[in-house]
Design a protein around this ligand. Sequence first.
Ligand code: NAI
Length: 250
Amino acid sequence: MDLGLENKVAIVTGAARGIGAATARRLAAEGASVVIADINGEGAAATAAAMQADGLKAHAVAGDITVAADVDRLMAETLERFGGVHILVNNAGFPRDGRLTKLTETDWDLVVDVILKGAFLASKAVMPHMIEQRWGRIVNISSRAHLGNPGQANYSAAKAGIIGLTRALSLEEGRYEITVNAVAPGFIETEMVQELPHYAQIKERVVRGTPIPRVGRPDDIADAVAFLASERAGFISGETLHVTGGRYAS
Ligand code: NAI
């Protein structure tokens, strides 16, 4: 299937590593020019350089997605380097876990800001360009945790919130051929989850409870995002695609 991504420009936030890096690579392999946006400037530069070494079109921009001035610079550099923007993947995010009684205000603010404010600022920055060209794709990375996970009140709330953002924007901008969808991954083996305390036990428990008995890979998410970002998904909007090995239904 030709995804029609040749000559498209994509911004992927949090793309220095993990799901974001796999998604950036997948979009670029389909012919897109991809901006690797990440607060980890060194990691972003390394990811972009590795892609360029493989003949892919990539450019790194360092910045904090929760800071409006950084997002403005991200947009300016994207336009200067690649001349437009067609696709935005709001992927930057992280958990700060703890039961509510232990959760600090800082844990709450950090998680809600990176997931919700980051997606808000980036979407607001790209939207005028998408409206003007009458074509756009926004894919927001939610999580199966939007259903509610104990010890993740902040993360679950933010990942549910991003589904609300997805639906609202899909209703606002559909008339301009702009689609807005979410992907809700299950347990995906990235450095983020490998850093969790009790990682081995969590992994074993997850695999036992997953109909397709393995953990997810970043490429599982990259493939879903690439489809939703493509020409082929032009009549799909406001949806949340669960990529959980069947665990969503179990
Ligand atoms: P990761 O930690 O490997 O990558 C996240 C990237 O976001 C990092 O490169 C980090 O530097 C960047 N980042 C963090 N704060 C930022 C900020 N303020 N501005 C710009 N960049 C920032 O994480 P992973 O596992 O690849 O997760 C990616 C997304 O997928 C996150 O939104 C996460 O919540 C979501 N997700 C991950 C799952 C998993 O099992 N790994 C499951 C469900 C959702």
